[in-house]
Ligand binder design. Structure first.
Ligand code: G4P
Ligand code: NA
Ligand code: NA
Length: 194
């Protein structure tokens, strides 16, 4: 998605060879017009997938997911990150380990909001090692829901998450796929559709 790539090039800050800071439009301050364009793009790509719900993870997945849900006319559920490992009967939960942060989070959703009748689009702001997406897939399996696919705003294609999830046969749509972050520069994957 060209507008997103231009935004990344103009406002993104390469913090290291593996971390891109996008605090001015996605992770802290949010650009609503860009989020709306992102929502329209995902709605377009998944138009024929029969999506009934969108599942994301707090906090930075919420903005693009809500704009997608608005365009598609479906509700958006965000999984909560809980500090406690205590399970209750009324939750679907999964353990998500972050290699970036070196910590584990339990993510949970209420059983009330996703059922076996649902076809779900999973969304997130970043795809790195894929642990958050794998946790959300796990939750959908517990709910016996269908997975339409995964929508990612920024994929770090040099990390293993995208390959791992696509290799399991899931559809992953990415709006900006980064090949490398060397010398303070962002380089996008060449095969990425614009
Ligand atoms: P994974 O789910 O793909 O395995 O990702 P990982 O554990 O590496 O990521 C942990 C957190 O860091 C996630 O945010 C993820 O979105 C974010 N993240 C990963 N790589 C980058 C990056 O290069 N730049 C930025 N800006 N964020 C990155 P989170 O902890 O869930 O926080 P939130 O922002 O959603 O609240
Ligand atoms: Na996130
Ligand atoms: Na994030």
């Amino acid at each position: 998605m060209e507008a997103l790539k231009q935004k990344i090039l103009s406002e993104g800050k390469v913090l290291s060879e593996s971390v891109l800071k996008v605090d001015s439009f996605l992770n802290h301050q949010i650009d609503p017009e860009l989020m709306q364009e992102i929502g329209r793009e995902f709605a377009d790509r998944y138009a024929d997938a029969g999506v009934t719900k969108i599942l994301t993870l707090e906090s930075s997945g919420i903005a693009p997911a809500v704009m997608t849900g608005l365009t598609m006319g479906v509700p958006v559920i965000f999984a909560r990150k809980r500090k406690s490992l205590t399970l209750t009967n009324h939750l679907y939960s999964a353990e998500v380990y972050s290699f970036t942060k070196r910590e584990a989070n339990e993510i949970s959703i209420s059983q009330d909001f996703i059922t076996s009748e649902d076809t779900v689009l999973i969304m997130d702001d970043f795809l790195a090692n894929g642990q958050a997406v794998i946790g959300m897939i796990n939750i959908l399996q517990q709910a016996d829901a269908q997975l339409a696919g995964i929508g990612i705003v920024i994929e770090k294609g040099f990390q293993e998450g995208g390959r791992k999830i696509r290799n399991q046969g899931y559809r992953v749509e990415t709006l900006a796929n980064i090949a490398e972050l060397t010398d303070g520069q962002v380089t996008f994957m060449k095969e990425e559709k614009v």
